[in-house]
Ligand binder design. Structure first.
Ligand code: HEM
Length: 389
């Protein structure tokens, strides 16, 4: 019989439906294992993943540190490493802190409420197209201070970029991803060229002023693109996963009427079934993790989905516990590349849950959703639901 590591295929239909049993088996039998398809060492334990994410000196995100290349349009907060990355990261962090996130949350709640008003009485609908996409585009556009692009068109461009994150497993996805990235760059250029409304982008534009050097301007523009597209696509996936989890756990949504459970609960939803399944780093020097020798140049993939269900880090890790004490999960990453938009994502998810609770109609499941065949991002392509009076 083949070993569990040979059998682990992140794109297998059963794994896409429920990855947690196989990840638990891997964590128990071979917590650090070589995955030929990903051409990487995969990590399933919380402690090992935190160690890699924290130690940016030994584990690079910037491929140029290990002899690779990064095309100019991809140079951003996400692909650079400290110390180069730190300047652009702190610029975006302080621009974010200057935003009124309570107002963003309130406006997001209105967006969801209006969608629900339109959907009620209209039969079954797709949560992704009707709620997750509009909510997520609205939140990131509001944050950045730009006019939201047409939902459908933007979702198609973003999907091509999201799918290209699996380019290692399927090289055919790389070129459509590159073209979509260019289309998105053109959109971001138009925002930079026009006079932006107040918002995060207005701060960033100042930093990209003509007197700053060309490279700094490039990093800022590329990071604005990552904020918009990465923020939108991860948020949309998180909304779908959260709705699915809420529908699968009757009574949970109603319990989140309690403000303190709403605050901790939206984080628990991301730990329990978050969108980002893992990330990649490359070893800069020889290292030993979990008794396994990693050679310089080899890739290491901390699997967030596995780490977030590690019983050594979380009691009753497979249970959804809305009041879980705040042990930090890895759904938003860790270390110098941890999510910049965490507080925005939390505000968007609170808005979703509050609007669902405030609405007189009740959200109900009407059948199985279809999981997207992507390994890096756990998302639904479609998720049917209905609003019952
Ligand atoms: C629930 C929704 C979200 C989740 C679960 C999430 C998760 C993550 C994770 C796991 C990372 C780290 C990836 C790595 O280490 O390679 C990350 C990075 C990032 N996220 Fe999010 N994210 C969400 C929403 C957002 C939003 C709304 C924004 C912006 C408005 C955003 C902006 C970013 C940026 C810019 C980075 C790159 C940071 C860096 O490399 O320094 N995210 N996110």
């Amino acid at each position: 019989m083949s070993s569990v590591t040979d059998r682990y295929d992140p794109l297998d239909t059963e794994v896409l439906r429920d990855p947690y049993p196989v990840l638990a088996e891997l964590r128990m039998r071979e917590p650090v294992f070589w995955h030929a398809g990903m051409d990487s060492w995969a990590l399933t334990r919380y402690a090992d993943s935190v160690r890699v994410l924290r130690d940016h000196e030994s584990f690079a995100r910037d491929l140029r540190r290990t002899g690779g290349t990064v095309p100019e349009p991809s140079l951003s907060v996400q692909t650079l490493d400290p110390p180069q990355q730190s300047r652009v990261r702190s610029l975006f962090m302080s621009a974010l802190r200057a935003q009124d996130l309570t107002a963003v949350e309130d406006r997001a709640r209105i967006v969801v409420r209006e969608r629900l008003d339109q959907l009620v009485g209209g039969g079954p609908f797709d949560v992704m197209a009707e709620i997750a996409v509009p909510l997520s585009v609205a939140v990131v556009a509001d944050l950045l201070g730009v006019e939201p692009p047409p939902y459908g068109e933007f979702a198609a461009v973003s999907d091509a970029i999201m799918r290209s994150m699996d380019g290692g497993l399927n090289p055919a996805l790389v070129e459509p991803g590159r073209i979509a990235r260019q289309q998105l760059s053109d959109l971001v250029d138009s925002w930079f060229a026009s006079s932006a409304r107040p918002g995060l982008l207005a701060h960033a534009r100042q930093a990209a002023a003509p007197d700053s050097d060309a490279l700094a301007r490039l990093y800022v523009k590329n990071t604005a693109r990552v904020m918009f597209q990465g923020g939108y696509s991860t948020m949309a996936a998180a909304v779908g996963n959260a709705v699915h989890t809420l529908l699968a756990h009757p009574g949970t949504l109603e319990r989140m009427r309690d403000r303190s459970l709403l605050a901790t609960g939206v984080d628990e939803l991301v730990r329990f079934d978050g969108p980002v399944q893992g990330t990649t780093r490359t070893a800069v020097r020889s290292c030993r993790i979990g008794g396994v020798d990693i050679a310089p140049g080899q890739k290491v993939v901390p699997l967030f989905a596995a780490a977030n269900r590690d019983p050594a880090a979380f009691t009753q890790a497979d249970e959804l516990m809305l009041d879980r004490t705040p042990k930090r999960h890895l759904g938003y990453g860790w270390g110098p590349h941890a999510c910049i938009g965490t507080t925005v994502a939390q505000a968007g998810l609170r808005a979703l849950v509050a609007a669902l609770n405030e609405h007189p109609a009740r959200l109900a499941t009407v059948g199985e959703g279809v999981r997207r065949r992507t390994a890096t991002m756990r998302a639904f392509d479609t998720l049917p639901a209905a609003l019952l009076p």
